[in-house]
Design a protein around this ligand. Structure first.
Ligand code: AMP
Length: 438
C-alpha cells in the first residue's frame, strides 16, 4: 500500500515524501480512507505509531479541498492533553501543510495569551490546543467554534486522566452538532468508552496495535531493588552500559527533582520535566535531551505522553506507576516507529502489586532479575494498585455502534454557508450545556 493509493492529493504526497516516509504505517493505512470519507473514527493507537499523520493528512486534504475563497473560519480543532504534545502535533501539521493553502496555529497555557489571540484573529483553518487555555480564549471571544467541521481528540485517555472532561464537553457545546469526530486513545477504559459514546457518531473502529498492548519491539525487564538503593542502581545501570539517552520516570515531581540532582552530582547530565516547571524550562529540557546535550531526562507521568523523541533507546521506570495504564503510556516512548527499545523497571517490595496489575493488563509476565550486590532486603508490604483511573462523565445517551460499515454516505460538504448545524445528528453529548451564540 502506498500513500497515493490511500487517496491523498499530490500536494499532501509531496510533503509526506519530504518527510522521508516511504509507506503508510498500519494506523495510517486503516484510518486515512474512512477519514477522507468523512466518517467518525475511534482509533486505538499509541504515540509512535504515526497516528498524527494518520489524522492530519486527510484533514488537511479535506480543508484545502473545501476552502472558502475569501474567509478563513476555524474549521478543524485538535485537542491534546499536554503542551508538549500540542507543540509537537502543530510542528507536524505545519510540515504536512507546506504545499496547501492552510493556516495552522497552536495555543496552550503557561505562556502569554496575547500573541495567541492575535494569531487567532488573523484567521486560522486548523488549531491545535490544550483544553484549558482554549476555553479561556473562547471566553475572551478570541476564537469561534461555530464553523468547526472536524474535531480531533488526541490521546483522549490522557485528557480524561488529567481531568479535562468538563472542558472538553464545554468546548463541544459551542460547536455545530454536525461535524466529524476523530478520537485517538492508547488505552480503552470504561470511562474512555463512555466518552466516545457521547461524542462519536457511528464510528469506525480502527486498531493499530492490540488494545492495551505495548509496542512489540520493546523488551521489558524488571530489576528487584530496595527502595533506598534505586538511585545508586540507576547510576550504575547508566554508567556500566554507557547509555547516552535515557528517559526516567518517577511518580512524583519531588522525586524527579531529587533524582536529577543526584545524577548531576554523579557527573551524569540530567534535567527534570514535570508540572511544576515553567513552560520555558520544560521546552529547554526537552530540546537539550533531543539534541543529546543532556543524557537523562527525568519525567513524571504528565510528560509521558506526547514527547516525540525518535528512536529513544531506553526508558527506566524508577518507580512503577500505580495506574497500570500509565505503564503502557510510559513505555510508548521507546521502540518507536518500529525501532527496538528497552523498558526497565526498578521494583521494590512495595511495588509488587503494581507489577502484578501491569502484567495483567499486558497479559505478559515481566522477567525479574536480581543483581549481585543489590539483593533486595526490604520487607515493607506491597501497596495496592489503583485499577481505575480518575474522571467521571455525564450520562450516556444514544450509544453509538462501533465499527459501523453501513450504507455509504455522500462525501461531506463544507459548512461555510451559515452552517445550519443544529438540525442534524442525534448524537448525544455528555452533559453539554446549551449552545451559546458566539
Ligand atoms: P506519532 O505516532 O504520530 O507521534 O509518530 C511517531 C513518529 O513516526 C514521528 O517521528 C513521525 O515523524 C514518524 N512517522 C509517521 N508516519 C510515518 C511513516 N509512514 N513512515 C515513517 N515514519 C513515520
Amino acid at each position: 500500500m502506498t500513500f497515493k493509493e490511500l487517496g491523498l492529493s499530490s500536494a499532501i504526497l509531496k510533503a509526506v515524501e519530504e518527510k522521508g516516509y516511504t509507506k503508510p504505517s498500519p494506523i495510517q493505512e486503516k484510518a486515512i480512507p474512512p477519514i477522507l470519507e468523512g466518517k467518525d473514527i475511534l482509533a486505538s493507537a499509541q504515540t509512535g505509531t504515526g497516528k498524527t499523520a494518520g489524522f492530519t493528512l486527510p484533514v488537511l486534504q479535506y480543508l484545502s479541498e473545501t476552502k472558502h475563497p475569501k474567509y478563513r473560519p476555524l474549521r478543524a480543532l485538535v485537542l491534546t492533553p499536554t503542551r508538549e504534545l500540542a507543540a509537537q502535533v502543530y510542528d507536524n501539521v505545519r510540515e504536512y501543510s507546506k504545499y496547501v493553502n492552510i493556516k495552522s496555529a497552536v495555543v496552550f497555557g503557561g505562556v502569554n495569551a496575547k500573541p495567541q489571540i492575535a494569531t487567532l484573529r488573523s484567521g486560522v483553518d486548523i488549531l491545535v490546543a490544550t483544553p484549558g487555555r482554549l476555553l479561556d480564549l473562547h471566553d475572551q471571544k478570541a476564537v469561534s467554534f461555530k464553523r468547526i467541521d472536524v474535531l480531533i481528540l488526541d490521546e483522549a485517555d490522557r485528557m480524561l486522566d488529567m481531568g479535562f472532561v468538563r472542558e472538553i464537553n464545554k468546548l463541544i457545546s459551542f460547536m455545530p452538532a454536525k461535524r466529524q469526530n476523530l478520537m485517538f486513545s492508547a488505552t480503552f477504559s470504561k470511562d474512555i468508552k463512555k466518552l466516545a459514546e457521547g461524542i462519536l457518531r457511528n464510528p469506525i473502529s480502527v486498531e493499530a496495535t492490540p488494545q492495551n498492548s505495548t509496542a512489540k519491539k520493546v523488551t521489558h525487564s524488571v530489576f528487584k531493588v530496595d527502595k533506598s538503593r534505586k538511585t545508586e542502581f540507576t547510576i550504575k545501570l547508566i554508567k556500566d552500559n554507557n547509555w547516552n539517552q535515557v528517559l526516567i520516570f518517577t511518580r512524583t515531581k519531588h522525586g524527579a527533582n531529587r533524582l536529577t540532582q543526584k545524577l548531576i552530582k554523579s557527573k551524569i547530565s540530567a534535567a527534570a520535566i514535570h508540572g511544576n516547571k515553567s513552560q520555558g524550562a520544560r521546552t529547554k529540557a526537552l530540546k537539550n535531551f533531543k539534541e543529546n546535550s543532556i543524557k537523562i531526562l527525568v519525567a513524571t507521568d504528565i510528560a509521558a505522553r506526547g514527547l516525540d523523541i525518535p528512536l529513544l533507546p531506553h526508558v527506566i521506570n524508577y518507580e512503577l506507576p500505580n495506574v497500570p495504564e500509565d505503564y503502557v503510556h510510559r513505555i510508548g516512548r521507546t521502540g518507536r516507529a518500529g525501532a527496538a527499545g528497552e523498558a526497565i523497571s526498578l521494583v521494590c517490595s512495595e511495588e509488587v502489586e503494581y507489577q502484578k496489575e501491569i502484567e495483567k493488563l499486558l497479559n505478559e509476565k515481566l522477567k525479574s532479575t536480581i543483581v549481585e550486590g543489590f539483593e533486595p532486603t526490604d520487607t515493607a508490604p506491597p501497596k495496592r494498585a489503583a485499577t481505575q483511573s480518575k474522571g467521571s462523565f455525564g450520562k450516556k445517551k444514544n450509544a453509538s455502534n462501533s465499527n459501523s460499515s453501513q450504507g455509504k454516505k455522500p462525501k461531506r460538504k463544507p459548512h461555510f454557508k451559515g452552517n445550519k448545524s443544529n438540525s442534524t445528528s442525534g448524537r448525544g453529548r455528555t452533559g453539554a450545556p446549551k449552545k451559546k451564540r458566539f
